[in-house]
Design a protein around this ligand. Structure first.
Ligand SMILES: [Zn+2]
Length: 206
């Protein structure tokens, strides 16, 4: 909490700068498993294909219900840092999709780009298989951008080159550009970049 106090103005400045530049703010929610009982829940701002930390919180990932409340608390805090009138686009992992959280995002009129995983009832084989997901999102009154998830973990979000890793490698460590971030965060940034590109007319500046 003390860290949050001094970091607060820093985070506000980042967010205000992005709002001034782009008119909207691009956030990423990322949960990094620290050990068997704890998770670092992080909200970052996507900036020049990097992730700038805005706020974070340790959670015990024992029950989904508990983490849903924590996510909401963290996002509510982040919302207080965001300049009025800013459009907020949030990339989140599939596991951050508790109904409570999504409902709140809707109330705030935040857009989100969900990161899809296999086994979520959405086919991943070809472009046409994305249709059910798109229509689902439309029904819910949200903007969703289907993104092919197959390459998002291997491609470096910093330089665009392929960095091969097996499913157990949790860190994205790029030998080409030196980008070192969590595997999930790297994938989330790729998805955000692709998702925004397909949303038109908004593209992250690079
Ligand atoms: Zn790289």
């Amino acid at each position: 909490m003390r860290v949050r106090k001094w970091y607060d103005p820093v985070a506000r400045q980042w967010l205000a700068a992005q709002f001034a530049n782009a008119g909207e703010i691009h956030l990423i929610v990322d949960g990094t498993k620290a050990d068997f009982a704890h998770q670092l829940l992080m909200v970052s701002m996507a900036y020049h294909k990097r992730a700038v930390p805005i706020a974070w919180m340790w959670v015990k990932h024992i029950r989904e219900h508990g983490t849903g409340s924590k996510q909401l608390a963290l996002l509510s805090y982040v919302r207080t840092l965001i300049p009025g009138g800013a459009i907020v686009i949030l990339v989140r992992d599939a596991e951050f999709g508790s109904a409570k959280v999504l409902k709140q995002l809707d109330c705030w009129h935040w857009f989100y780009v969900p990161r899809q995983k296999t086994g979520m009832g959405v086919g991943l084989k070809g472009q046409s298989d994305w249709k059910p997901f798109g229509s689902f999102a439309q029904k819910a009154g949200r903007t969703a951008a289907p993104v092919d998830p197959r390459h998002t973990t291997q491609v470096c979000s910093g330089c665009g080159r392929i960095v091969e890793k097996d499913p157990h490698t949790r860190v994205h460590d790029c030998p080409h550009c030196g980008l070192n971030i969590s595997r999930d965060l790297n994938a989330a940034i790729n998805i955000l970049t692709h998702g925004l590109a397909s949303l038109d007319p908004v593209v992250i500046e690079s």
